[in-house]
Design a protein around this ligand. Structure first.
Ligand code: FAD
Length: 307
């Protein structure tokens, strides 16, 4: 992995650097590019704007790695409030929620995370929408897939995420390509050791295409999360080759990244869902976005140099 990328991802878990970056003039401007805002109102406004352009959304109440049950409960409540609101404002047909199990207490115990995710899924069903469990670093993959399997017994449409950079993912894709399964395929955003993850971009891209083929050949509903123009084109071709109609799979992109491409795909009849993060716990999310694109890192280096 590119050393600068590793450095930024390592900084994503560092409290001192978090404080430096949060206090750096200009950080708010950068945050606004990738995050809809700090409040539920900001998130709903962003969703309305996307919906007006024919785009779908998945809302992420930012927060990860909670350190106590009370904090996990706060995150559950934020999701429940948002689901209620989406329903009462008639938006739940176009919007679902994405949750990170670490924000629901995974590091405090798998049972706690399952119970909390259960409550979010139950509320989503009441509000006629769905939940997707984001995937975090590889130390959480098994637990996240176990929780997903449990949730799917009751809510089969609960979505999962697979990361093409993990060497295990082809097998996971084969296991998940079942009837009705909603599976988001992304490259993967965390710093991972080479024994579990491919180190070179080409190897990750090749894995992405192999996993995309597996998901498209299966009977589930694949969700292709990428901004990579080559992968978007290949997935589109492969979808046609497998006889997939638009609406039997979707593309997903992040809020603020390649917005013209989001609109182009939607205009061409594709289902396009935008991942919309909101809330004040934006630091970890922002660092992963900085790490993905070298041009974004000038800001980060300025922040470090100013200390
Ligand atoms: P890249 O090769 O990184 O990017 C291709 C092109 O896209 C770049 O050349 C650039 O033009 C543009 N681009 C990409 N990223 C940026 C950026 N940050 N700023 C500006 N331009 C950019 N990862 C997880 O590990 N777990 C998840 O649950 C998860 N969920 C995701 C959900 C969605 C909807 C999306 C789109 C991504 C998600 N990711 C997740 C992140 C993903 O793993 C990648 O880190 C991220 O999408 C960048 O990879 P890429 O496929 O866009 O390709």
């Amino acid at each position: 992995m590119n050393p600068l990328r590793s450095l930024i991802l390592a900084a994503a878990g560092n409290e001192v650097i978090r404080q430096v970056v949060s206090a750096t003039p200009g950080s708010r401007d950068l945050v606004r590019r990738f995050v809809a805002g700090e409040t539920g109102d900001d998130a709903v406004a962003a969703v309305r704007e996307l919906a007006a352009s024919g785009l779908h959304a998945t809302l992420d109440h930012l927060g990860e790695d909670v350190h106590g049950r009370a904090h996990a409960e706060k995150n559950v409540q934020a999701n429940l409030r948002m689901l209620d609101r989406l329903h009462s404002e008639g938006l739940s047909g176009r919007v679902e929620v994405s949750v990170k199990l670490s924000s629901l207490g995974l590091r405090l115990g798998e049972k706690l995370a399952l119970d909390n995710a259960w409550r979010v899924c139950a509320a989503a069903e009441q509000c006629a929408t769905t939940v997707t469990l984001d995937m975090e670093d590889h130390t959480t993959t098994d637990a996240t897939l176990r929780v997903l399997a449990e949730l799917r017994h009751t809510w089969p449409s609960t979505g999962g995420v697979l990361q093409a950079y993990l060497r295990r993912t082809e097998d996971d894709a084969a296991a998940l390509a079942a009837e009705g399964a909603r599976v988001r395929l992304c490259k993967g955003a965390y710093a991972e050791p080479v024994n579990v993850a491919f180190d070179h971009a080409h190897a990750v891209d090749r894995s992405y295409v192999r996993c995309a083929n597996t998901l498209l050949a299966g009977r589930g509903y694949p969700m292709f999360a990428t901004h990579d123009p080559r992968l978007v084109e290949i997935v589109g071709e492969r979808a046609r080759w497998y006889g997939r109609e638009p609406g039997s799979y979707e593309f997903q992109m992040l809020y603020g990244i390649r917005p013209e491409e989001q609109l182009r795909l939607a205009t061409n009849g594709e289902t396009v869902r935008i991942y919309v993060p909101y809330g004040d716990q934006w630091y970890g999310y922002l660092m992963r976005r900085l790490a993905e694109r070298p041009a974004n890192t000038a800001f980060f280096l300025r922040a470090l140099a100013s200390r």
